[in-house]
Design a binder for this molecule. Structure first.
Ligand code: NAG
Ligand code: NAG
Length: 465
């Protein structure tokens, strides 16, 4: 008897030294804060030691046992999801495609130690019950690999988005807004991919300032609005010169084109298209390149809708009726509608005599342009949201020629030979009004010859005094 007590003491002492003092008991309250804490600790440790970026999202504890040692040893069966979400831009709630796993973990908690918790052992299998053990392990590997790839893609996208934010100095009002924009950006990446895969020219599509905008929001950066179309057109038919057009032509080389402007988020493209035309034909006639006022058109042209859009042919008529147009310096651009019209008639430099419809034949358009000056055109600007450079030749599907929604200026044309297939790509040089950071220093090159994006369907010019 004495001996047994002594032995018991020795054992207790020895186990004490080895930090083992009790048996295993099951945990009654599986939602206990400390127990859930231990489970989350185990999952984040697995995350941290994973060589990839998978995020394990805790669901619940299925079974829990504990043993009091030097500290507490937890044996937990945790239900969790392997999430494909990215940590910085999306809330980490499991999606329908996220696989569920059961992880059996062993965690020791020693609050007095520097390392308060330590993951000792772990073993995870997919939650599907019908899989046999070996298959389970194989599936787990596959699942983890798929999940890793998804996660990798997500990381890449998040990195691209960050770069986009920095490059365009985007600021959002809240974290929620940031997440919303990230989702729009993600959708747009799919559109960009489609555009690129179907491109018939040399255009490169990608992130632009507009890559976080929906199609609807992008409307405010265009502004050709057919609801302002007048019943009877006042346009006269242009006389096309007899001689054939030169191989290439560029009014920018002849001091007939002002620097690229920026309409901002106001649907005033129609006004920029018109001032571009006037600047060209005025400089050719008078030998002086002046920049003309879009704001005067926004404020005073009652045939059009200011920032709600308009049409060049209405604007020519309005300028004729107003008695002329002032320069940019005298009537500067504000990019806002609803301002008071304040014309100083002594400053109305350019006066309009006539306005012409040029042609729908692109050869004739080139002939007229080379002889007379840059022309105002309507275009479907769908693909321009993501245009970066090159000769853009989208399939009709992406750019319905009947849906004109943007007004721009053709300042010249040329031909590019593609490097690999030696394909000949005739193009128009188009001056846009989205600043110089868009496209090719503010310019767009679009395929010439097959009515791409309807560029040949609304070609006009003023005739100035
Ligand atoms: C315009 O000028 C540039 C150089 O300033 C030249 O490379 C280009 O060939 C010119 N284009 C035309 C059509 O004259
Ligand atoms: C076109 O103008 C109408 C009438 O002002 C307006 O209701 C509509 O929103 C405009 N469309 C666009 C795309 O700006």
């Amino acid at each position: 008897m004495k001996c047994a007590i002594f032995l018991g003491f020795i054992l207790a002492f020895a186990y004490g030294q080895h930090r083992i003092t009790g048996g295993i008991s099951s945990i009654e309250d599986l939602e206990d804060e400390t127990v859930v804490g231990a489970a989350n600790f185990a999952l984040s440790t697995l995350d941290a030691y994973d060589d990839d970026d998978n995020k394990r999202v805790f669901s619940k504890i299925i079974k829990g046992r504990k043993q009091v040692v030097a500290g507490i040893l937890y044996y937990l069966d945790i239900s969790m999801f392997m999430s494909s979400c990215s940590e910085s831009f999306t809330e980490c709630t499991p999606g329908p495609e996220d696989r569920q796993f059961i992880c059996s973990v062993k965690v020791i908690s020693q609050p007095w130690m520097e390392e308060k918790m330590k993951l000792i052992d772990s073993h995870c299998v997919p939650a599907d019950k019908d899989n046999r053990h070996m298959k389970k392990n194989r599936n787990l590997k596959k699942e983890v690999k798929n999940s890793r790839n998804e996660k990798k893609e997500e990381k890449k996208l998040a990195r691209r988005f960050k770069k986009f934010l920095a490059e365009h100095k985007k600021l959002y009002s809240s974290r929620r807004e940031m997440q919303r924009r990230f989702e729009i950006y993600r959708q747009n990446q799919n559109i960009i991919k489609e555009l690129q895969e179907n491109e018939q020219g040399t255009a490169v599509y990608g992130d632009t300032f507009f890559a976080d905008l929906t199609q609807e929001e992008f409307q405010y950066h265009k502004g050709l609005n057919m609801s302002y179309k007048r019943q009877e057109t006042l346009l006269k038919k242009a006389v096309i010169p007899k001689q054939s057009a030169p191989e290439e032509f560029d009014w920018r080389n002849k001091s007939a084109v002002t620097p690229v402007k920026n309409q901002g988020s106001c649907g005033s493209c129609w006004a920029f298209s018109v001032t571009g035309n006037l600047e060209g034909v005025y400089s050719i006639k008078h030998g002086e390149l002046l920049s003309f006022s879009e704001q005067e058109l926004l404020d005073c042209d009652k045939l059009d809708g200011g920032c709600n859009g308009g049409l060049p042919e209405n604007a020519y008529k309005a300028i004729e009726d107003l008695g002329g147009l002032e320069t940019e310096d005298d009537y500067p651009y504000k990019g806002r509608g609803g301002q008071k019209c304040s014309i100083d008639s002594s400053e109305q430099i350019v006066k309009i005599k006539d306005f012409l419809e040029i042609s729908q034949n692109e050869e004739e358009i080139a002939q007229w342009l080379a002889e007379n000056g840059p022309v105002s055109v309507g275009i479907n600007a769908n693909v321009m949201q993501f245009y970066r450079r090159g000769v853009s030749h989208p399939k009709k599907f992406f750019c319905n020629p009947k849906n004109l929604d943007h007004g721009v200026l053709i300042v010249g044309y040329g031909t590019e030979i593609t490097p690999v297939k030696q394909k000949v790509l005739p193009y128009w040089i188009v001056k846009n009004s989205w600043g110089t950071r868009w496209g090719e220093q503010g310019y767009y090159r679009v395929y010439r010859g097959d009515g791409t994006c309807g560029i040949n369907t609304m070609v006009t010019s003023a005739v100035v005094e």
